[in-house]
Design a protein around this ligand. Structure first.
Ligand code: GTP
Ligand code: MG
Length: 275
C-alpha cells in the first residue's frame, strides 16, 4: 500500500464552523465549538488516518474584525504556511465580510486550496447560488464542497478528495486521533466551552482556566481554577447561590465524561487574578 500524508489547514471567518467540521470528521469532540465569535484561540493539530492517507488537520482561530493581536495573525498564517492543502470555510448564511482578506491569502498560497460552503442545512440551492456569485475569485479554488458540518453531510466526499491530493510519503504520526494538546489543556478548553455557552458578553474572553490536578483511578478527578479578572466577573461566574457555576460544571463534566468515556468528578474554583 502506498502511504500518503499531509497537513490540511482549516481557515475562514469566526463562526463559519471550522471546529464543528473537525469534530464531524473525527466523529467526536476534538475542538470546542460555540455560537459565539472567537471560540478557537490557538491552532490545534489533529491526526486522522483515513484508508492509506494520514491527514493532519489544523483547526485555526477564525478571522475576526476586532481582533488586533499580532500573535493571532502569526498563528493563523503559520498554520496556513505549513499546510499541504488549504480549506477555506464560509458560513453560507453569513455576510461575506472577509472576502478581500481571503482573496489575498489564496493568491499568496501556491498549493492546492478548496472552498467549503458550510451550513447548507439552513438554506436552499437558489440561495447558495446567489451567495457564491459574490465570490469573484472562485476560479482560484481547486474544488468546492457544499457541506453541513453540523449534520455531517458530504464529509466523506471531502475526505476522499483530500486523500487523493496529499503527497505520497510516510506517515508522520504513529497514532490515530491524537492531537498536539495535553489532556489538561483540552479539559480546560471544555470548561471554556461551557462558559461560552452560559455566560454572556465579555466574560468568556477575560477569563483563563487551568487544570491543576488530574488523577485517574476508577474515575477521573479533575481540579480546575477559573481565573476571573474582576470581582464582579467572579460574582457573575458563581451566580446567585452558586447557580451559574453549578450549570457550568454540570455541562463541562458531562462533556468530559463523553470524551474520556469514564466517570468524572470535576471540582471548579473561581479565583481572582492577582493584581
Ligand atoms: N446549522 C448549522 N450550524 C453549524 C454548522 N456548522 C457549524 N454550525 C454552528 O456554527 C457555530 C460556530 O461553530 P464553530 O465550529 O465554533 O465555528 P468556528 O469556525 O470554529 O469559529 P471560531 O473558532 O470562532 O473561528 C456553532 O453554533 C455551530 O453549532 C452547520 O453545518 N449547520
Ligand atoms: Mg473554532
Amino acid at each position: 500500500m502506498t502511504k500518503k500524508c499531509g497537513y490540511v489547514a482549516i481557515s475562514g471567518p469566526t463562526n463559519s464552523g471550522k471546529s464543528t467540521l473537525v469534530n464531524a470528521i473525527f466523529d467526536k469532540k476534538i475542538s470546542i465549538v460555540s455560537h459565539k465569535v472567537q471560540t478557537t484561540l490557538k491552532s490545534l493539530d489533529a491526526v486522522k488516518n483515513y484508508n492509506d492517507t494520514q491527514i493532519v488537520f489544523i483547526d485555526t482561530p477564525g478571522f475576526y474584525q476586532k481582533k488586533n493581536d499580532a500573535n493571532y495573525f502569526k498563528d493563523v498564517l503559520a498554520s496556513i504556511d505549513r499546510s499541504d492543502l488549504l480549506l477555506v470555510i464560509l458560513d453560507v448564511t453569513s455576510k461575506f465580510y472577509y472576502l478581500d482578506q481571503i482573496e489575498k491569502i489564496i493568491n499568496k498560497y501556491k498549493k492546492k486550496k478548496f472552498l467549503i460552503i458550510n451550513k447548507i442545512d439552513l438554506v436552499d440551492n437558489d440561495y447558495i447560488l446567489k451567495k457564491i456569485s459574490e465570490i469573484k475569485f472562485i476560479e482560484s479554488f481547486d474544488a468546492i464542497f457544499y457541506l453541513s458540518a453540523l449534520k455531517k453531510k458530504n464529509i466523506k466526499k471531502l475526505l476522499d478528495k483530500i486523500s487523493d491530493l496529499l503527497p505520497v510519503q510516510e506517515w508522520i504520526y504513529k497514532k490515530n486521533n491524537t492531537t498536539n494538546i495535553s489532556k489538561e489543556i483540552f479539559l480546560a478548553e471544555i470548561t471554556r466551552e461551557s462558559i461560552l455557552k452560559y455566560l454572556n458578553q465579555e466574560i468568556p474572553y477575560q477569563i483563563s482556566i487551568v487544570t491543576d490536578k488530574l488523577v485517574k483511578s476508577q474515575s477521573y478527578t479533575i481540579h480546575q481554577k477559573i481565573i476571573a479578572s474582576t470581582l464582579s466577573h467572579k460574582k457573575i461566574i458563581l451566580g446567585k447561590d452558586g447557580r451559574s457555576i453549578k450549570a457550568i460544571g454540570t455541562y463541562a463534566r458531562n462533556e468530559m465524561e463523553k470524551v474520556l468515556k469514564c466517570k468524572c468528578n470535576l471540582f471548579l474554583t473561581v479565583v481572582l487574578k492577582k493584581n
